[in-house]
Structures are given as structure tokens and as C-alpha cells.
Design a binder for this molecule. Sequence first.
Ligand SMILES: Nc1ncnc2c1ncn2[C@@H]1O[C@H](COP(=O)(O)OP(=O)(O)OP(=O)(O)O)[C@@H](O)[C@H]1O
Ligand SMILES: [Mg+2]
Length: 294
Amino acid sequence: MQSSAHRVQEAAAFPMPRTAIHHVPIEGSTAQWIDRQVAGGISLRSASLTIHNGKSLVTDVSFDLAPGECMAVVGPNGAGKSSLLKLLSGRNCPSTGSVHLRGEAVHAMAPLDRARRIALVSQHAEPDRRLRVRDYVELGRVPHRGRVSWDASRAIVDDAVQRVGLRHLVDRQVGELSGGERQRAAIARALCQQPELLLLDEPTNHLDPRARADVLDLAHDLGCMVIAVLHDLDRISSFAHRVAVMAAGKLVACGPAAEALAPSIVQSVFNMDCFPVVNPATGRSIIVFDTPSK
Ligand SMILES: Nc1ncnc2c1ncn2[C@@H]1O[C@H](COP(=O)(O)OP(=O)(O)OP(=O)(O)O)[C@@H](O)[C@H]1O
Ligand SMILES: [Mg+2]
């Protein structure tokens, strides 16, 4: 694991069109995939999502994630990151290929079973503004209703709001929260689901710098599989065991941050330079991202 003190300076907008994509080998042989399925991970094999007009939002994506691992999904706007999460969550069925959790196709799971096993915090969640924060967070317990005692469920909700720092706001209405507070409430609700796989679509937008770090540290330490779409590349190496880089619906790199975010890949996908510098105060290596000189 690398230092968490990475800093990023991202361009306000990505210039189009982009340069050619560098393809790097995707990890995992068929034998490893079978091993991981048995061990209880998530496996995508040549998963694609094509919509009615023939447009391909996700094309031929394959990767494995083992239990307890965290993955960051990065890529420019429109690269297909949210569409990938919809495949992983079972919200969309792959047009071709497969998405398996512990060997079970996620789109074929019974909805209640899937809700117990996979939680998705989507990019554009619009909760009922009149709900109290506690009641909103408690919705995450719905798939488990009748399976654990009311006291145990209440303790899980209390723990979730505590973890995201919203204990003091549990009686507020959701509509009265700031953007960052609402984001935290959505994460608390997902934590209450106690999923095997937690999917977070840009969980750190709206959050202040310390809250970003705290949310990713929290996700990293949960112990379940976490796949998070992130734009703030600075926190990635401290959060993710592996990074998936997407561009134009395709997976162009997948591996440890140092490999998947190699300068040549960052350059081709984001049209950004990146280089390491050392923080003189701590001695930690920091990766700086910058727009290329003209
Ligand atoms: N239902 C849809 N119908 C048609 N096109 C869609 C649909 N959903 C997404 N798209 C298109 O598919 C592409 C990928 O969208 P997606 O939301 O997955 O991108 P993204 O990587 O999450 O982008 P962002 O960083 O902006 O959130 C985009 O060009 C988008 O306009
Ligand atoms: Mg998105």
C-alpha cells in the first residue's frame, strides 16, 4: 500500500478527442478466476452493456475482485463507469458476458437476496426530502427485516450514522442536509445493508477534504468488497488494492495503482501528466497530476 498523501491537480475539462489508449494486460487467468469464484469474489467475464439503439456503454470488461479487496474505477466523464456499476449491481443485465458474485449471476439473483448482498450508492440518488435522516438510513435494513432483532437492527443503524459522522443530525429531514451530509447519509444507508459487495459511485463528491479521506478510509476498513468510482485520484493508492481505468466503455488498465496509473496511461486516458514528488515535511512520496505543457 502506498502513501495516502497523494495530491491531484485536475484539469477543469478534458480536451477531446483523446489520444490512443495504451492497452495493458488484465490480471487473472481462467484458473485464477475459478479459484476466486470458489473463494467468493466478484468476477466479470467479457461483460458488455449495449442499449436499444446499439450504443455500447460497456464493452468486453473482464476482471476479478477477491473478498476483502477494494477497487477504484477511474476514467473521464462518459467513460462508462456508472454503467459498469449498474452491471455489477444487477440493475442491468449484461448484453453479453457475465457478472458473478460467489459464482452466482447477479442479475439472476432474487431482488431481496441481491439487496442483502450488494449495496449501491448511486451518483444521482434523490431520497425523499421529508424523511428523517434516521429513517432514511434505516431503509438499508429493509432487506434484512425479520432476520435480526429490532435491537440489533437499531444498533447497526446507530453504528452507521456514527461512522459517517451524522449522529447529531439523525432527527433532521434529509431535505435540510447539505450536499456532503446527504452523501454521508446515503453511505450510512448502504452500510446498514451489510453487503458482501459495496458499490460507491463518486462517494467523495460534495465532501470536504477531510471527509473524503475519512469516507475512503472507512470503506477500505469495512472488510467487504468495495468498488468505488472516483475522480479524486489523490486518495486512490491508499484506498484501492486495484485500480480499473476505463475509457470509451472499455477497461484499458487494471492492477495496482502504480501500474494502472502509470504516466503513459494517465497521459493517454486523461491527457494529464503525472509525476512523483516527495513531501519535505513527511518524506512521503506524492503523485502530482498536472495539465501537460502546451
Ligand atoms: N440510458 C442511456 N441511454 C443512452 N446513453 C446513455 C445512457 N446511460 C448512459 N449513457 C451514455 O453512456 C456513456 C457512459 O455513461 P456513464 O454514465 O456510464 O459514464 P460515466 O463514466 O459514469 O461518466 P461520469 O464521470 O460523467 O459520471 C455516456 O456517453 C452516456 O451519455
Ligand atoms: Mg458516472
